[in-house]
Design a protein around this ligand. Structure first.
Ligand SMILES: CC(C)(COP(=O)(O)OP(=O)(O)OC[C@H]1O[C@@H](n2cnc3c(N)ncnc32)[C@H](O)[C@@H]1OP(=O)(O)O)[C@@H](O)C(=O)NCCC(=O)NCCS
Length: 173
């Protein structure tokens, strides 16, 4: 049976539950640096968690999360966003909660007039949400290039080098 849950924006008091959820979701992942939960906190502290959605069970438990933060393209603000991280509690993965969070986030950004969204991750998973390789739009971090996908939500596809919010580059930058 699929779980009963709702999706809403992060509210005051959710922070500790989101931190714990992100930590548990990424702990088994071989590619994880083990600090994705700190990234969410750092983005929030810097005022860069532009959109933060949680999936909440019928009992009120936070079971999923997705965050979006502003990026620059060729060092200019552009109303584009990076989607990261995406987390679903390990016991409830593969039941559509991550997909629902991603779709809700993209639709909220579209409604708000955002230019587009980028993501770094498994292309097989993310291409189903409209993300694709875009000629001329590349991440600043070369390491991310094979996993980098983007989609425009309004206007033309921008060209240039996309730089994530400072929290992605660690506390020193
Ligand atoms: C990735 C994640 C958010 C997806 O949420 P979910 O609720 O489990 O996903 P959904 O049920 O909506 O989608 C399931 C589909 O995604 C695929 N999928 C799930 N996680 C995947 C992953 N890490 N890589 C590739 N595909 C993945 C499943 O194979 C499934 O595909 P199918 O329907 O074709 O079989 C969740 O599995 C998670 O928290 N994983 C650990 C943290 C993580 O890897 N985050 C993403 C980093 S890029």
């Amino acid at each position: 049976m699929s779980p009963s849950y709702s999706i809403r924006p992060e509210a005051a008091g959710d922070q500790a539950a989101i931190h714990d959820l992100v930590e548990r979701a990424f702990a088994p992942m071989p590619f994880s640096d083990g600090d994705e939960q700190d990234l969410v906190d750092a983005l929030r502290d810097a005022g860069d968690l532009a959109l933060s959605l949680v999936a909440v069970s019928a009992q009120g438990t936070v079971i999923g999360h997705v965050g979006f933060s502003p990026v620059t393209i060729d060092h200019k603000a552009c109303d584009w966003f990076q989607m990261a991280p995406v987390s679903v509690t390990p016991e409830l993965q593969h039941q559509g909660i991550g997909s629902a969070l991603i779709r809700a986030g993209i639709e909220q950004l579209r409604s708000a007039g955002a230019g587009g969204v980028a993501v770094v991750g498994n292309p097989v998973y993310y291409e189903r949400f409209g993300f694709a390789v875009q000629d001329g739009l590349t991440p600043e971090s070369e390491r991310d290039l094979p996993y980098f996908r983007a989609q425009a939500l309004a206007g033309d596809m921008p060209q240039g080098t996309l730089r994530y919010a400072p929290a992605f580059y660690g506390p020193q930058q």
